[in-house]
Write a protein that binds this ligand. Structure first.
Ligand code: PMP
Length: 393
């Protein structure tokens, strides 16, 4: 049994010693002390079904025995830099990662985070092309350092850093976007940004095929093929940010970009790659790298969203799903007290033992990104818990 500090004690200490910008989910924050595969346990030993582990990096499940064994074996041997000394683990891992990549994407740079991976990818694109302009998509999240904060396109996540050399294209959002699911029409905005906002040449384009922080918004079909063609014509490199949608999460494909049938010039990743360990990576082609010398698919939620008027959209793929709440289905208006409504439902579901996340500009999207060991029974339980909660509202 857990004998450590209580949730209240931890919260008080957190207020005193940690960043005031830290936030927590749930009105009564959870004190999580243990994890096992798709479950987490609070201080009283109560078990929660974790349908949000994906956001915080857990891909193969909490404390997966193979992962724990590998980590402990390595820690018992040596922990040190692999830059100036040789060690086979890092080369073996790079080889394994490269084997999951299409085309000539074979050179791996490891980083500590997604932010770092995206900063590096954008720097590589700028070095390779000799251009500065990068295009990202509105509502995107790419990181919290100066460059990636610039590429991030949601005011919620931006400070007043000097933002140069980035342009934000219309979000190809099939739910709210003006062109519905016509990806090619949205792509025209990228051409316009190049024609009217740059010299005609760009360093590159970066996007998440399924926006995570933005509220699980999948690019409209055919968007990436059209954009990649436009970017290539303007001399730029295409970067796929797979920090959230990579590593098999979509169920249908290993990488998010594969759902659009494109091959990027640079792929970035983090979170799932480390299953809880701070790790990220950039993968590119040998030619581009030269510039730096130095589960199975299920569709439980695809059913009947008509049941509750408040559900405007259910979207995503595999283990990366969004459920968006609206007050008016036609107008797609977020509920009046969007954050509070989402919060109330999350708190109720927590009481039923299911943890989900939230996001989107208005905080009105449930983000369901479980560890990939989630079973059909787990999914059914999650849906039942959400159904029950909504029926009580
Ligand atoms: N890209 C995407 C798509 C992300 O969701 C995040 C983190 N939420 C990042 C990049 C940044 O990753 P990190 O927090 O590891 O820096």
């Amino acid at each position: 049994p857990y004998t450590g500090p209580s949730a209240a004690d931890i919260l008080a200490k957190r207020k005193a010693y940690l960043s005031p910008s830290l936030f927590h989910f749930y009105n009564k924050p959870l004190n999580i002390v243990d994890g096992k595969m798709q479950y987490m346990f609070d201080e009283s030993g109560r078990r929660y079904l974790d349908a949000y582990g994906g956001i915080a990096t857990v891909c193969c499940g909490h404390c997966h025995p193979d992962v724990v064994k590998s980590i402990t074996n390595q820690i018992n041997r040596i922990q040190h830099t692999t830059v100036v000394y040789l060690n086979h683990n890092i080369t073996d891992f790079a080889e394994a990662l490269a084997s999951k990549m299409p085309g000539k994407l074979k050179v791996v740079f490891f980083t500590n985070s997604g932010t770092e991976a995206n900063e590096m990818a954008m720097m590589i694109a700028r070095l390779y092309t000799g251009c500065n302009d990068i295009i990202s998509v509105r509502n995107a999240y790419h990181g919290n350092a100066a460059g990636t904060m610039g590429a991030t396109a949601q005011c919620n996540w931006k400070f007043n850093v000097v933002q140069t050399g980035v342009h934000h294209a219309v979000n190809p959002d099939p739910y709210r976007g003006v062109f519905g699911s016509d990806g090619e029409k949205y792509a025209k905005d990228v051409q316009d940004l190049i024609d009217f906002g740059t010299s005609g040449h760009v360093a590159g384009f970066i996007s998440e095929t399924i926006q995570g922080v933005g509220g699980i918004i999948e690019h409209a079909p055919n968007y990436l093929p059209a954009v990649y063609q436009i970017i290539k014509k303007a001399g730029g490199l295409c970067i796929a940010d797979e920090v959230q949608c990579g590593f098999g999460r979509t169920g249908s494909h290993f990488w998010g970009f594969e759902t659009q049938g494109v091959v990027p010039d640079i792929v970035t990743m983090a979170k799932g790659i480390g299953n809880g360990i701070p790790l990220g990576a950039v993968v590119t082609t040998p030619e581009v790298a030269e510039v730096l010398p130095c589960g199975s698919y299920f569709n439980t939620f695809g059913g009947n969203p008509d049941k509750y008027e408040i559900i405007g959209d259910v979207r995503g793929r595999g283990m990366m799903l969004g459920v968006e709440l609206v007050s008016d289905r036609q107008q797609k208006t977020p509920p009046a007290k969007a954050e509070t409504t989402t919060q109330v439902i999350m708190d109720h579901m927590k009481e039923l033992g299911v943890l989900i996340g939230k996001g989107g500009f208005h905080g009105n999207v449930f983000r369901i990104t479980p560890p990939l060991c989630f079973t059909k029974d787990d999914a059914d339980y999650l849906v039942d818990a959400m159904d029950y909660t909504l029926s009580k509202m």
